[in-house]
Design a binder for this molecule. Structure first.
Ligand SMILES: *[C@@H]1O[C@H](CO)[C@@H](O)[C@H](O)[C@H]1NC(C)=O
Ligand SMILES: *[C@@H]1O[C@H](CO)[C@@H](O)[C@H](O)[C@H]1NC(C)=O
Ligand SMILES: *[C@@H]1O[C@H](CO)[C@@H](O)[C@H](O)[C@H]1NC(C)=O
Length: 586
């Protein structure tokens, strides 16, 4: 044991070199690069970020793996920033470092006792340790936030700006950065408009993604967004991804808002992703939001038709998400004119808007036309749109006869009842791969009809029929489907009041089908765990994991609510299984 604690001569030397590098002895570098790999590699592996950064600045050698390791030591869970390129860990390391330092500073700055500059706030001691700061490195200024931003700000590509940081000093701190993605969160004050304008202007050449979450958006705010890109006289911006979600619109004259949004859109040529989701008007103000009321959406949608600039900028739009904005039937009527300006649209989400049957009827000509003109629209979400089986039948009929059918459709949370089955039968003989029919009131008659109209060789890959209270009919339908849809990968049939005799039906279908099924969700039906289910779980597996998701052995999971209750009851743990089994047999 003692021997293990004795450092080797090599490790002593490596440590000495590390300290010299941290102190900034430039003379050392030529010698370090002469080291044989069996010494150089262990040296690189033990360098803290500040030292590795110095070494990296003198060479083209690739230390990506060392940076990756340093990253994992400090932040265990890496959240992908959405960029497609291979990960440059040095960049990600310092980007995350700067974001962390600024967020920490924000926590301090929002204390009432704080007065002074953000930039003078020292970085946390734990952070000093991580990056390899040593007391005798001299300059204590390098512990300040301003120094960290000056040194490492150039690595920041993605940044989240929260309200405390929305001060002009932040623009100064981030002046070296070339932001590609900016997320603005919970900004509400009038004076921040200047900050936003500056930050957007500073990064106008690199910024491709701009997101506002939980903001209060006013006319001046909108002007700042739209104006910043044009201040240099540059005619176009590079924004590909623009989103406003969970936000409120204040003091906005809809026509004005339409104008400023239109001018933003028309000064871009790269927009691919437009998301205006879950925004609200403030009930106590007399303000309306761009996509809320009839007048408003008409206000800005009609602009699209008039301005060729806007039409041009919408040519590249691939994703349009207008979910949860309380759009009404009249809005759907206007939307149709905007949609024809988007020939590249692949994904359209209108969920959570009560457009109703009338609304969907006014969109049907667009869907029909889109398929004829070879539009790439393949993904349509119409969840919770107050559609009845009439409206949905008409939609499905139109989609079934189109030359380029959808690959994904969600009609979840609309009240179809059993009447929809016939139209569905025709539709799923098309090339549809993903279908969400969750919570549509299909019930027993619906599943019975669906079972009757299943044909061979369906293309379905994913199906969600949870929450439809079909009882045993769900199981009969499902067992037939499993046999007739050879590409099926996942089915969610939870919450269907299926009795226990469903299980043998489904298992027998699984034995017959030589499919690709990975998951069949059968939980939250009318049976509980039984030891005999273990054999079923073992029999049907995909990549070593059970295909069937059924109620688990209750004492598998100590956090389980039932288990917790039983523990409270006291000394009857051994009877748990029996109690649960009895309940299942009822
Ligand atoms: C609406 O705005 C007023 C004034 O800005 C604010 O006091 C109120 O809390 C807001 N209400 C909601 C529901 O957001
Ligand atoms: C709200 O707007 C309407 C129509 O523009 C106007 O008639 C009304 O006076 C406004 N109400 C308030 C409280 O400002
Ligand atoms: C089915 O739909 C419900 C409701 O939208 C959702 O919670 C569930 O995760 C879906 N199932 C699958 C397997 O995606």
């Amino acid at each position: 044991m003692r021997r293990e604690n004795v450092p080797s001569l090599v490790s002593l030397c490596i440590n000495a070199v590390k300290i010299e590098l941290l102190r900034g002895s430039d003379d050392l570098f030529p010698d370090v690069f002469e080291l044989p790999t069996e010494l150089f590699n262990p040296l690189v592996e033990c360098l803290p970020p500040l030292a590795l950064q110095k070494l990296q600045s003198k060479t083209n050698a690739n230390f990506n793996e060392a940076w990756n390791t340093l990253f994992n030591i400090r932040w265990h869970d890496f959240e992908d920033c959405g960029c497609d390129q291979p990960v440059d860990w040095q960049q990600i390391y310092w980007e995350t470092h700067v974001q962390d330092c600024l967020d920490e500073a924000a926590d301090i700055a929002c204390l009432p006792s704080f007065s002074g500059c953000l930039g003078d706030i020292p970085i946390l001691e734990s952070v000093q340790l991580y990056i390899g700061y040593m007391d005798d490195m001299g300059n204590s200024d390098c512990l300040k936030l301003s120094y960290q931003c000056q040194q490492f700000g150039c690595y920041v590509r993605c940044f989240t700006l929260q309200n405390v940081l929305c001060v002009l000093e932040s623009c100064q701190l981030l002046r070296n950065s070339n932001l590609q993605r900016l997320v603005v969160q919970k900004i509400s004050h009038f004076q921040v408009v200047d900050v936003l304008r500056n930050l957007l202007y500073q990064n106008r050449r690199t910024l491709t993604s701009l997101q506002f979450e939980g903001c209060e958006i006013s006319s001046s705010f909108m002007d700042a967004i739209c104006g910043s890109f044009c201040m240099s006289g540059a005619e176009t911006h590079q924004i590909q991804h623009f989103s406003i979600s969970f936000s409120n619109f204040y003091e906005m004259d809809p026509v004005y808002l339409g104008d400023s949004l239109a001018s933003f859109l028309s000064s871009g040529r790269s927009l691919q992703w437009l998301k205006l989701r879950d925004n609200h008007r403030n009930a106590s103000s007399n303000v309306t939001s761009l996509e809320l009321s009839t007048d408003n959406i008409a206000g800005w949608l009609s602009n699209f038709n008039w301005r060729s600039g806007v039409a041009k900028s919408l040519q590249s739009l691939r994703i349009l998400n207008l979910g949860g904005n309380n759009l009404q039937k009249e809005d759907a009527g206007q939307l149709k004119y905007a949609l024809v300006q988007m020939p590249s649209l692949e994904i359209l989400d209108l969920s959570g808007n009560p457009i109703g049957d009338e609304g969907i009827r006014s969109l049907i000509p667009y869907f029909a036309q889109a398929s004829k003109s070879g539009s790439p629209l393949t993904d349509l979400k119409l969840e919770n749109c107050k559609l009845s089986s009439d409206g949905m039948t008409q939609l499905l009929d139109a989609l079934s006869t189109s030359t380029r059918p959808m690959t994904y459709l969600s009609l979840a949370d609309n009240n179809a009842r059993s009447q929809l089955a016939e139209a569905l039968g025709k539709f799923w003989a098309t090339s549809i791969q993903g279908l969400n029919l969750e919570c549509m009131g299909l019930c027993k008659p619906g599943f019975r009809k669906l079972e009757d109209i299943i044909t061979d060789n369906l293309n379905l890959v994913e199906l969600n029929i949870s929450n439809n209270y079909g009882g045993i009919e769900t199981a009969k339908f499902l067992s037939k489907l499993i046999v007739h849809a050879p590409r099926l990968v996942s089915v969610d049939a939870s919450y269907n009041f299926m009795p226990e005799e469903s299980l043998p039906l489904i298992c027998s279908a699984l034995r017959t089908a030589q499919g690709h099924l990975e998951k069949v969700y059968l939980d939250w039906n009318l049976w509980m765990y039984k030891p005999s289910h273990d054999a079923i779980l073992a029999e049907f597996q995909h990549n070593g994991k059970p295909i069937l998701v059924i109620p688990d052995r209750p004492d598998d999971d100590d956090d389980d609510d039932d288990a917790a209750i039983d523990d409270d009851v006291g000394d009857i743990d051994d009877d748990d299984d029996i109690d649960i089994d009895d309940a299942g047999d009822d």
